[in-house]
Design a protein around this ligand. Structure first.
Ligand code: SAM
Length: 218
């Protein structure tokens, strides 16, 4: 089966990657529809394997106050909102109002709209401005912004909280020095370097799909 670009790591053996996706249970109607929409319209979502990882971290950490930086059509937001439960609050952010409009409709249909605060604008500004500290911050903004996203998010994360970033292997390009004109690879590599150098964080880079770096704030 030919998986969409979204779901392919670019560095893992095809049969191993296929095996990981075959194991996954069917998703419900709304989430399944979002996956098909993302594939047809080339919206870069995390996909169901990484979504389960994100949900698992939210569940085991008991995260209730969650901030998402770069939410697109709200696919990862729905997984976070479900993991947080009825008492949870997830802040959706995206710079594109059309994405937010579509996301709102999915949230309503998925029955999680009350748990989600939709904010349109720059996620780095919004994380700084939104009151309170967060139990979990998920970072999926443009890759060249990753180091600035980390600097914006860290003061807003509570001690013991999780800072999770997607695409940290960047199709394997993160493993090689970036070309001079490749700001995205530079951003991803710098984020990984910064979190592993930080005395404030305990990071692990998980090579699932395109790489997910999970950090606990000490
Ligand atoms: C990879 S997609 C997010 C996918 C989403 N996390 C999911 O898995 O369902 C990145 C999104 O972040 C948005 N974005 C990128 N940089 C941003 C920023 N600085 N502030 C707000 N949104 C941003 C883009 O508009 C795009 O929709």
């Amino acid at each position: 089966m030919n998986r969409s670009e979204n779901l392919r790591s670019g560095f893992m053996q095809d049969e191993v990657e296929e095996y990981i996706y075959e194991l996954l249970p069917e998703r419900d109607a709304v989430v399944g529809e979002m996956e098909r929409y993302a594939e047809e319209h080339r919206v870069p979502i995390i996909g169901p394997a990484v979504a389960r990882l994100l949900s698992l971290f939210a569940q085991v950490s008991g995260a209730k106050h969650i901030f998402e930086m770069g939410s697109a059509i709200g696919y990862s937001t729905i997984w976070l909102a479900r993991a947080a439960g009825p008492k949870g609050k997830v802040h959706y952010t995206d710079g594109n109002p059309a994405n937010a409009e579509r996301a709102r409709e999915y949230f309503r249909r998925a029955g999680v709209a009350k748990r989600i605060n939709v904010q349109v604008g720059d996620a780095l500004d919004l994380v700084r401005k939104t009151p309170g500290k967060f139990d979990l911050i998920f970072n999926d903004v443009d890759k060249h912004q990753y180091p600035d996203a980390l600097r914006a998010a860290l003061p807003k994360l509570r001690k013991g909280g999780l800072f999770i970033t997607d695409n940290t292997l960047w199709s394997g390009k993160a493993a090689r020095p970036a070309a001079a004109d490749d700001a995205d690879t530079r951003g991803v590599r710098e984020l990984n370097r910064l979190v592993y150098a930080s005395k404030e964080l305990y990071p692990v880079l998980i090579p699932l799909r395109d790489g997910v770096t999970v950090c606990r704030k000490l």
